[in-house]
Design a protein around this ligand. Structure first.
Ligand SMILES: *[C@@H]1O[C@H](CO)[C@@H](O)[C@H](O)[C@H]1NC(C)=O
Ligand SMILES: *[C@@H]1O[C@H](CO)[C@@H](O)[C@H](O)[C@H]1NC(C)=O
Ligand SMILES: *[C@@H]1O[C@H](CO)[C@@H](O)[C@H](O)[C@H]1NC(C)=O
Ligand SMILES: *[C@@H]1O[C@H](CO)[C@@H](O)[C@H](O)[C@H]1NC(C)=O
Ligand SMILES: *[C@@H]1O[C@H](CO)[C@@H](O)[C@H](O)[C@H]1NC(C)=O
Length: 406
């Protein structure tokens, strides 16, 4: 979940009389895969708060054109929400994202430089005369692009220029979650299904565990991280359930093996096991997480009790050999469409670890983006201090001068 990192921004489209016909209050996170020197790279960024409502936005005209909200940002990027109505509902009929690969602030060393377009059909639907509300994250996967919406309040076809009182809540907010989150260290089992059917609050973040693997030449994997699994599964009543499980470091055993180009870190917590497979890209001298295998036992309400998922074509947690990868923001590693591995406060180094200590830090993009906010606040504060100081000095000089003339 990226939502807590960024405040939502509000955007409005007005008709000729200046009355709002679309209002959207939302947080949008983008993750874009692109090629750089023949290698897969990922750019992560948010819809900035200073994104602008572009002139192509419109309230639509009867049957001839539909309402559309176009948000522009950076060097030629834009996100369009094209609305349509059908019977008693309205919807985002098409979501279109244009991104400019020439923009080096998001796409470092991109091989291609053109503006790309991706789109997705119908993502958001609500009853006419209600605002659409979705606090939970909603992921939209398109070719090379993942867009995550969160904290969304949005309404189109507005008649009186403001949000309606009634709301249509999204399915994500209503899903019956079986939060399986062990919190007390004395619990002997992690399988404590809470019965609350309402949208449950986010579970606490998992505690950070410290794990290492020793190979023939000493420590070859050093990893600090909080680990959480998020498994979607089919229940006996054919509904979807969610199994959220935090690894408790004290009760987690680690093992693993390393070769010159490949390293495995196996973490076992009760009936759940996660295997991380790291690989070396010899040509770029970088290590990265290439694969994850997850196996667990699901709560008793699951149709199939045993769950397993694996993916060996990932490319995450990447850093130069000899350095460490660090990310304070939560990262959601997608193993399959049913299994997410969420890592928290991760710092990791693989293959070459001098003196069993982390080397130079390579910070993740999410953290770098988040650093901007405190920097801006800090700069503003420093400016304020300076102004007060100058005002004080001028004041002192004046009163001084005053005394001398008397
Ligand atoms: C390693 O990097 C090279 C050059 O960037 C790339 O062509 C290759 O696909 C990468 N190998 C792996 C296993 O990712
Ligand atoms: C794409 O980005 C480049 C570099 O910032 C810029 O020169 C160009 O005008 C942008 N293209 C569009 C369509 O905005
Ligand atoms: C768990 O996964 C579901 C489905 O992919 C997603 O909607 C939800 O936001 C995730 N929750 C967390 C805490 O990662
Ligand atoms: C692994 O690396 C060591 C030291 O660089 C080298 O001596 C050894 O031959 C390598 N092993 C393999 C299987 O490549
Ligand atoms: C494996 O992960 C990659 C990268 O996250 C993703 O594109 C791919 O769809 C995943 N494979 C499966 C089977 O989910």
């Amino acid at each position: 979940m990226l939502c807590f990192l960024q405040a939502s921004s509000s955007f409005e489209v007005n008709d000729t009389s200046g009355k709002a016909c679309i209002i959207a209050d939302l947080t949008v996170a983008f993750s874009v895969e692109y090629k750089s020197n023949g290698q897969k790279e990922f750019a992560h960024f948010f819809l900035p708060q200073n994104a602008t409502v572009e002139p192509q936005s419109s309230c639509g005209k009867g049957n001839t054109s539909h309402p559309v909200l176009v948000l522009g940002f950076g060097a030629g990027h834009s996100l369009s929400l094209n609305f349509s109505e059908y019977a008693d509902k309205y919807q985002v009929e098409e979501l279109v994202f244009h991104y400019n690969l020439s923009d080096a602030t998001f796409f470092h060393n991109s091989t291609a430089g053109e503006v790309k377009r991706v789109s997705h059909k119908t993502i958001i639907r609500a009853y006419m005369g209600t605002k659409y509300r979705c606090i939970n994250s909603k992921h939209v996967n398109m070719k090379n692009v993942n867009i995550t919406f969160s904290n969304v309040t949005l309404e189109a076809y507005l008649t009186n220029g403001t949000f309606s009182m009634n709301k249509t809540e999204c399915a994500e907010d209503m899903v019956s979650t079986t939060a399986v989150v062990p919190t007390t260290p004395k619990q002997t089992t992690s399988q404590v299904p809470t019965t609350s059917p309402a949208p449950t609050a986010s579970p606490p973040n998992p505690a950070v565990g410290k794990y290492n693997v020793t190979g023939p030449n000493g420590t070859c994997v050093l990893a600090y991280m909080g680990l959480q699994l998020n498994i979607s599964y089919l229940k006996k009543d054919e509904k979807m359930g969610l199994d959220l499980l935090n690894f408790r470091p004290h009760n987690t055993t680690s093992s693993g093996t390393c070769s010159n180009t490949s390293a495995f870190l196996n973490l076992t917590f009760e009936k759940t096991r996660v295997i991380f497979h790291f690989a070396l890209n010899a040509s770029t001298e970088k290590f990265f997480l290439q694969g994850v295998n997850v196996s667990t036992t699901l709560p008793s309400e699951a149709k199939v009790p045993n769950f397993e998922a694996s993916n060996n074509s990932m490319s995450e947690l990447r850093a130069t050999v000899g350095n460490s990868y660090k990310c304070s923001a939560e990262e959601n590693l997608q193993v399959t469409d049913k299994a997410l591995v969420n890592v928290f406060n991760v710092q990791i180094q693989v293959f070459k670890i001098d003196g069993d200590k982390f080397g130079a830090v390579e910070e993740c993009q999410l953290d770098e983006n988040n650093m901007l906010i405190p920097i801006i606040v800090g700069a503003a504060l420093a400016g304020l201090v300076l102004i007060v100081l100058i005002a004080y000095l001028i004041g002192r000089k004046r009163s001084h001068a005053g005394y001398q003339t008397i």
